[in-house]
Design a protein around this ligand. Structure first.
Ligand SMILES: Cc1ncc(COP(=O)(O)O)c(C=O)c1O
Length: 394
């Protein structure tokens, strides 16, 4: 999927999705985007996180989100691929990239370094350190961020990242020493899992980062505490972001010592963008016998994450004639538009009993991993992005 092809931002500007539904009557599902909500959320991170904030582009690579963040002054970007670098670079040529996907091909490292000036690479394997060293040669300004992983003793996040990435402690120690021996700049990073509900999970990682650096005998000047910052969903109500920021600052001072703290960085995706977009879908069919309805979007589109992690069920409401449809409700089985039988929401939705085709169903809090994970399966999924003032978040 081309990262930029998705994003057609409408002019004029509508108050909210209700106004979009009434005025545009969109046949295809669209994302409604509020730049104001995004700027507000960015300000929370930049004003209160005790360090540098970068944005995890993967969570929402729409041009409008990237442009809004760039115009609001964001200068650092966590990217998963060279494609994301190209997108950000086209909006902000001076962008600083953190290429924090721990696995990169030689060609990708080469292009990141030479074409986009990337000087930060995450690593969690010996082979990756060697590969980067081979490509960047004698450039001692290159930072290598060792991504550590801790055993996951209990579910503290909606997504468990520890099964795929991260070096366990004994490897992390070796990697730091190798990076230092080769003359590159050693940094440490971790990701506690997306939608981390418990701020203490950051404390455990900061404690481990300190222990690893001390055992390795390597001074780390920077510590990136990852993404994972939560958003509020109907079935997942986290503690306020401030409690995360306070604990992160306190833990860093506690473990590393006052005045000896590494400079902190974070790279939120979900916590920054979840609230800035909703998905406006439309009912194509209401079956008169039973409780089945068919929407023009589904789990192969903007609702994929709901299928992967039912805890992240978005808030939803029905819109008719530009107003929210109230009244007695019942559980409906909700199918998406493709010909695939798996294209059905993982839980029934309580929706008004008098639903009609051409009513709209709006799903809120879909700014993170909504547009980003949508596919073009069966020809659907090329969502337009419509600028609105206010976004529905339940
Ligand atoms: C390296 C890295 N940083 C940051 C993020 C963003 O995570 P979240 O959306 O949970 O904030 C991710 C998500 O996959 C990631 O892999």
């Amino acid at each position: 999927m081309a990262l930029t092809a998705l994003n057609v931002v409408s002019d004029p500007y509508y108050a909210d999705a209700k106004a979009v539904a009434a005025a545009m009557q969109p046949e295809e599902a669209v994302f409604c985007f509020s730049a104001e909500r995004l700027r507000e959320r960015l300000a929370i991170f930049t004003q209160r996180f005790p360090g540098t904030v970068s944005y995890a582009v993967k969570s929402n690579p729409s041009r409008e989100v990237v442009t809004t963040l760039s115009e609001a002054g964001l200068t650092h970007w966590d990217v998963a691929s060279v494609h994301e670098m190209a997108l950000v670079h086209s909006v902000q040529p001076s962008a600083h990239f953190h290429y924090h996907n721990p696995v990169k091909s030689r060609r990708e490292i080469h292009n990141a370094y030479h074409k986009y000036g990337c000087r930060r690479f995450a690593v969690d394997a010996r082979e990756e350190v060697a590969k980067i060293a081979e490509i960047v040669g004698e450039d001692r300004t290159v930072e290598m961020a060792v991504r550590l992983v801790l055993p996951r003793d209990r579910a503290t996040s909606a997504h468990d990242f520890s099964t795929k990435f991260g070096a366990p402690e004994h490897i992390a120690i070796e990697l730091l020493q190798d990076i230092q021996r080769r003359g590159f700049v050693p940094v440490m990073t971790f990701h506690p899992g997306s939608q981390s509900r418990d701020p203490n999970v950051y404390v455990r990682h900061i404690e481990a980062a300190h222990r690893i650096a001390k055992t390795a005998g390597v001074h780390i000047g920077k510590l990136n505490v990852g993404g994972g910052f939560p958003a509020s969903y109907p079935l997942s109500k986290p503690a306020p972001l401030d409690s995360f920021f306070t604990l992160i600052a306190e833990a860093t001072t506690h473990y590393f010592g006052k005045g000896l703290e590494p400079a902190l960085e974070c790279e939120p995706g979900r916590g920054l963008v979840a609230n800035c977009m909703s998905l406006l879908t439309r009912i194509k069919l209401v079956c008169s016998d039973g409780d089945d309805i068919f929407l023009n979007d589904g789990v192969y589109g903007g609702l994929m994450e709901f299928m992967q992690v039912p805890e992240l069920q978005p808030p939803y409401r029905v819109i008719r004639d530009g107003k929210v449809l109230e009244g007695p409700a019942k559980p409906w089985k909700v199918f998406g538009p493709t010909c695939d039988p798996l294209d059905v929401l993982p839980a029934k939705l309580d929706l008004p009993i008098n639903l009609r085709d051409e009513d709209f169903v709006e799903f809120g809090t879909l700014g993170a991993y909504g547009i980003a994970t949508s596919t073009l399966f069966n020809g659907y999924g090329n969502h337009a992005v419509i600028a609105v003032g206010e976004v529905y978040n339940g």
